[in-house]
Design a protein around this ligand. Structure first.
Ligand code: ADP
Ligand code: MG
Length: 214
């Protein structure tokens, strides 16, 4: 199977080709069709299996092809547990946004708050963030999430292990668009707190577990 067998835009297919990605990984093959259809997902597969593109490709396709549901940006928020991982996701997103008019922002803990506030006030379409700092910006009203169409929880198990449950719930409550889609990725689904978070945040999720250890 090739990426071109998935219902992805030609622009994205060309970019993937330029980046030398030809065949989707198993998690990409299984997750992308449901994500493109607007379905909530709870998905697990091991580290290094390509989860980033499994959520970035549907996110990009939504923003670049579908009209915004309302005028409030950001349309997509990706929450990632650590600064390092967030930087990696942001790097891939930037590469895939090359040549498009869409803007993205990286919002990390430990960096200058006011600079981030200025960046957020420019209304980026995509935000990649660590949960603690994003919650601080909600408190400071640097951004509003009422136009959010897609929330991605990357490495949800690790975000919960790092103690971000409260911030995740705060962010979820602020992201109140009734048509919002949520994609939850985790290295494992065998995690009571992940299941509880999924039960609270996801609507009728499609469950995908690749190579689950049973
Ligand atoms: P995970 O989040 O599951 O740990 P990543 O999304 O970080 O995995 O991907 C791991 C590596 O695999 C990255 O270097 C990424 O560029 C590469 N990769 C992802 N998808 C593909 C693909 N379809 N074909 C080849 N390499 C890929
Ligand atoms: Mg990852």
């Amino acid at each position: 199977m090739q990426f071109s067998d998935l219902p992805l835009d030609n622009r994205l297919l060309k970019l993937l080709e330029q980046l030398n990605f030809t065949e989707p990984t198993e998690i990409q093959r299984q997750a992308i069709p449901f994500a493109l259809n607007g379905r909530d997902l709870i998905a697990s597969s091991k580290t290094g299996s390509g989860k980033t593109l499994a959520f970035l490709l549907p996110a990009l396709q939504r923003v670049t092809r579908q009209k915004a549901l309302n005028k409030r940006d950001p349309r997509v928020l990706v929450l990632v547990p650590t600064r390092e991982l967030a930087g990696q996701v942001y790097g891939q997103l930037r590469a895939l946004l090359a040549g498009s008019p869409f803007k993205c922002a990286l919002v990390l803990g430990g960096e200058n708050f006011n600079d981030q506030e200025k960046l957020l006030r420019k209304d980026p379409h995509f935000v990649v963030a660590t949960p603690g700092r994003l919650a601080n910006h909600l408190d400071a009203r640097s951004l509003a999430l009422d136009g959010l169409e897609l929330l991605v929880l990357d490495e949800a198990d690790r975000m919960l292990d790092l103690g971000f449950a409260e911030q995740l719930r705060q962010i979820n409550a602020a992201a109140g668009h009734r048509l919002r889609q949520t994609l939850l990725f985790s290295a494992t689904l065998d995690h009571a707190e992940v299941e509880k978070l999924a039960a609270d945040l996801l609507k009728d999720p499609k469950r995908i577990a690749i190579d689950a250890v049973t």
